[in-house]
Design a protein around this ligand. Sequence first.
Ligand code: ATP
Length: 643
Amino acid sequence: SVLSRTTEVDIKGGWKPGDPVPYAALAKVFGLIEATTKRLEKTSLLTAFFLLVIQRSAKGDTKSLLQAVYLCINRLTPDYVGVELGIGESLLIKAIGESTGRSLSVIKSELKKEGDLGLVAMNSKNSQKTLFKPKPLTVPFVFNNLKEIAMSSGHSSQNKKVSIITKLLAACQDQEAKYIVRSLEGKLRIGNAERTVLVALAHAFVLAEQERANKRSNKEKLAARLEEAANIIKSVYSELPTYDLVIPALLEVGIDGLHERCKLTPGVPLKPMLAKPTKAIGEVLDRFEGKRFTCEYKYDGERAQVHRLEDGTVGVFSRNSEDMSKKYPDLVEQMPHCIKENTKTFVFDAEAVAIDKDTGKLMPFQELSRRKRKDVRVEDIQVRVCLFAFDLLYLNGEPLLHKSLLERKQLLREHFQQVPGEFDFAKSSDGETTDEIQAFLEESVKDGCEGLMVKMLEGDASYYEPSRRSVNWLKLKKDYLAGIGDSLDLLVVGAYYGKGKRTNVYGAFLLACYDADSEEYQTICKIGTGFSEEALQSHYETLKPLEMTKPRGDIKVGGAKPDVWFEPKVVWEVLTADLSLSPVYTAAQGLVEERGISLRFPRFIRVRDDKAADDATGPEQIAEMYERQALAQTKGGKKKGGD
Ligand code: ATP
């Protein structure tokens, strides 16, 4: 079916072997992908497109496929390089006006009606009479211009951006303007998760391989091969999450050579392994029964993945693969103190925690968040930070992901040393009984931690699983034991104006979760109590620039009616005592019941700068929390009845 789709995607006569990829072909695929909700269909369309790119690229050309892949996931560089799109509405409106001659008020009123600036741009273009057919856009041309826009900064950059966007729009035909504008906004909204892109890449390479060998396998054999290829690419990409290296390697050595060629490399941050929440020590013991495990303090700071490259450069990366070396120059500077002589290149996983300068005591996250995020100079640092290392992923040229945690921890201790106030190993205990774990948990809380992380120590199950929320790491927070449950990470998508003293700021906010499958934001609750005047002021300053004329098309609004809408960018961590079914909000609709799920009495905990919109809590997790709560209530009820 993929091969027949290549004709759908193809631009007849306009895309010859060796030519740059026409942007029209990409826009066509986007259109087809957007028109279907079926994941398999989205995958096969994308596979067809990648197959054409592979087949029509000149020998030795790795750029075409690389740029096509980046445009499909709407990025321009790997995450850690930090070149991002996300151009504001007003700038885009200005450019649409300039390139189509429409007045800004007409564009704005159409935007109010459509809720999608991409669509407005396309309609504006299509209603315009053009005398000359513009020169067709190509993928490299669009890619390079988007990159130039994303990289231009400073005062005069606004005009430059508008002029490049105007130039791009002037050359758009058919659906192209829609996708260029959405790319510029930072969200394609075609329901094209990165997972789909990886699978489609794998499939395209298998099919290209078969075509080249002029081989047709039977159906079962082909299906098995496709699955194997997808697993290889997914696993390689989780170890080396950069298309800049994976795509050229794929083109050179093919799927089967990929594992050997692409391994974890210092300088390229991995997506961290995450933990599953547990409600009780009993649950931990059930999971780890008969296995060796270890309990570690769950420090309340910020995750830091520390890399040391061959040339001695040290990089500190956030949970989100952002380069934090500028935020933590002190950590970079201190690094040589904790390294033993035999330690050259490495990647370790740690928590950066604020500590009291005089006593060395752990300070809560709030203290850490007082640090500036950029342009920090070591001599100005007020809040001291100590690294608590808990895992070693790479050492002296060798990836350690497939060694047991026991071995990794041993290597960590053999190659690093404690430096008071700068570097320490996460405190751990191998106690196995409920009483021992309970005592260690209480100790951790007394020392200023959030609770414990309980981890499998031996065997395959203790390997490091990048980017996975794994059952081999369980988190046991003091909040869960108090019956509150895990916190949620939610996006601020709207706000309500304040009353009384609060009329100059927003007084309450509309929050949403994120469904990665449908690429949709689903509303979940209104939150408005517990904010200080100061906090409201600071939220206002952060959110005001994100205001939008209308809820963006990918926000599933339901019955929520805030006074203003925002681009979904800011993530807040929120606790709730209770979840309930709701006729108003849309979170997890259809998962537990037709109605959505809402948070009752939500409480704001902190802003999560280290999380992006895609990292927000998903509807499945919310449905799971609701079901656990319902289960706990019936269990509790029964117990009571029996008393
Ligand atoms: P949260 O931080 O809200 O618990 P999260 O989604 O950031 O959620 P989780 O998987 O829930 O991540 O918890 C793991 C986080 O706890 C890690 O990302 C890390 O920042 C922190 N942490 C603190 N101490 C440890 C430890 N000993 N081992 C692993 N992670 C730890």
